[in-house]
Ligand binder design. Structure first.
Ligand SMILES: Cc1ncc(COP(=O)(O)O)c(C=O)c1O
Length: 266
């Protein structure tokens, strides 16, 4: 599996199903820490089920382990109630991580952590060594945005915008890619479209790129790229509805082209 972790850390993939991370696998791996996206797993979009949430926290307490809760897109929920953070249930074992990347812009490079008290010294030392601290002007601007209520207003506005974009995307997929199974729509800023097993993700994403549509395949997120059906991760945050519709139409044309080429070669 490609590994982009800092030296000294050895990551292991853990399977995810419709209820989220398979907690029993953590025991098998004798892991000491785990990174999860419980509110909206990336990229499948599943939420960690109540049973698994309890099991994960039980595992962390029993093994004196650390759970990093990456709440990267928690602010965008459409069809379901907000899911409470794990952090509040086991504050001595959970590091909560939030980010301005989805609510404002990834270029800001701002985020926040809530962590067990015994880790704060080590963490601030790591942060100092990493970059001497984040941009102060951007932090002050964000603080002002929050204090004046502008962030709340911005979230209310963008939730409406993204809800409409999400609806346009789902509608376009139903029209142009009717055999795709859509997953993970209840929250966040992307959906997952699972495609029939004969689809070549690589060919399809290349053909789509040639038509001006940039999409990522699901296999790049798998520990074993060939295990499981092909799929596409379709983000909708930064495109107005007409562009989303056009994009899915182009994607459907790209798909027909790749199928025709496969057919001709046979
Ligand atoms: C799973 C996941 N976590 C976190 C983030 C945000 O990362 P950062 O705050 O470093 O931009 C993203 C952004 O796309 C993400 O997909």
């Amino acid at each position: 599996m490609p590994c982009h972790f800092a030296p000294g850390l050895k990551p292991f993939p853990v399977p995810v199903d419709q209820d989220g991370i398979r907690v029993e696998e953590l025991g098998r791996l004798a892991a000491q820490a785990v990174i999860v996206t419980p509110a909206h797993q990336y990229p499948t979009g599943v939420a960690l089920s109540p049973g698994r949430r309890a099991a994960l926290l039980e595992w962390a307490v029993r093994n004196n382990a650390i759970v990093t809760e990456d709440d990267y897109d928690a602010e965008y929920r459409y069809d379901r109630d907000p899911v409470g953070a794990l952090q509040g249930l086991a504050p001595d074992h959970v590091i909560y991580a939030g980010s301005a990347s989805k609510i404002l812009a990834p270029g800001l490079r701002l985020g926040w952590l809530l962590l067990p008290g015994h880790l704060t010294g080590a963490l601030s030392s790591e942060k100092t060594h990493a970059d001497l601290g984040s941009d102060v002007t951007a932090q002050l601007a964000l603080a002002n945005f929050i204090e004046t209520g502008e962030l709340d207003r911005h979230l209310r506005r963008t939730r409406r915008t993204y809800r409409a974009r999400r609806a346009a995307l789902i509608d376009a997929i139903h029209t142009h890619l009717p055999d795709a199974q859509i997953q993970g729509v209840a929250a966040g800023l992307h959906v997952l479209a699972i495609l029939p097993s004969e689809t070549s993700e690589t060919k399809l994403t290349a053909a789509a790129a040639a038509r001006g549509v940039s999409v990522h395949g699901l296999s790049r997120h798998r520990a074993n790229p060939t295990a499981g059906p092909p799929g596409l991760i379709l983000g909708y945050a930064n495109l107005p509805e007409p562009a989303i519709k056009r994009g899915i139409r182009e994607l459907a044309i790209a798909r027909k082209q790749t199928r025709a080429r496969v057919g001709r070669r046979r």
